[in-house]
Design a protein around this ligand. Structure first.
Ligand code: DAT
Ligand code: MG
Length: 180
């Protein structure tokens, strides 16, 4: 009985601990492997909404391939928001984003850039429908609790800026139950 249990356990370890077994070899050519950069902003972190935002992406079926609490420097944030540098709200935006730690993530899955934006809601929470993250949890545009990349190219640039290549390649056990 004990021997049987041990052999089952060791087979389980072989199957779950081998990184090559877990790697998704098809990922680079796979449309399901699109990635986006999502961040819970300092107000979202302070308001205890990290878990809620993670939960929504997990529940949808997306796969988190990177996630880290970071307190970004102003230089980093100026790079991240470089295309907004001429806007009157730019300095305030950088101050706000630098006011505390953020929870930065990379999520992977089919159409995740576009779907991630839909899940976040509109930039101005006033225009965000209930059911979206911003529509459910915030009011002012300058406290809109989350960031999501707006296109595949910007997503790839943001992932490189925030995580470099420190992104995990693995297959989620639920994959065949999420994708047909
Ligand atoms: P998004 O975050 O939806 O991609 P964005 O890239 O245009 O929107 O702007 C980045 C952030 O800057 C946004 O999340 C909140 C802030 N912001 C945008 N427009 C603003 C405005 N008119 N006044 C104040 N802050 C603004
Ligand atoms: Mg944007």
């Amino acid at each position: 009985m004990v021997a049987t249990l041990l052999s089952v356990l060791s087979a389980f370890n072989r199957n779950t601990n081998n990184r090559e077994d877990m790697a998704d070899s098809s990922s680079s050519a796979d449309p399901k492997a699109e990635r986006t950069f999502i961040a819970v902003k300092p107000d979202g972190v302070q308001r205890g909404l990290v878990g809620e935002i993670v939960k929504r992406f997990e529940q949808r079926g997306y796969k988190m391939v990177a996630g880290r609490m970071m307190w970004a420097s102003k230089e980093m944030l100026q790079k991240h928001y470089a295309d907004l540098s001429s806007k009157p709200f730019f300095n305030g935006l950088v101050e706000y984003m630098n006011s505390g730690p953020i929870f930065a993530m990379v999520w992977e899955g089919k159409n995740v850039v576009k779907m991630g934006r839909m899940m976040l809601g509109e930039t101005n929470p006033t225009n965000s429908l209930p059911g979206t993250i911003r529509g459910d949890y915030c009011i002012d545009v300058g406290r809109n609790i989350c960031h999501g990349s707006d296109a595949v190219d910007s997503a790839n640039a943001e992932i490189a800026l925030w995580f470099g290549s420190d992104v995990q390649e693995y297959t989620l056990a639920s994959k065949p139950w999420v994708y047909e």
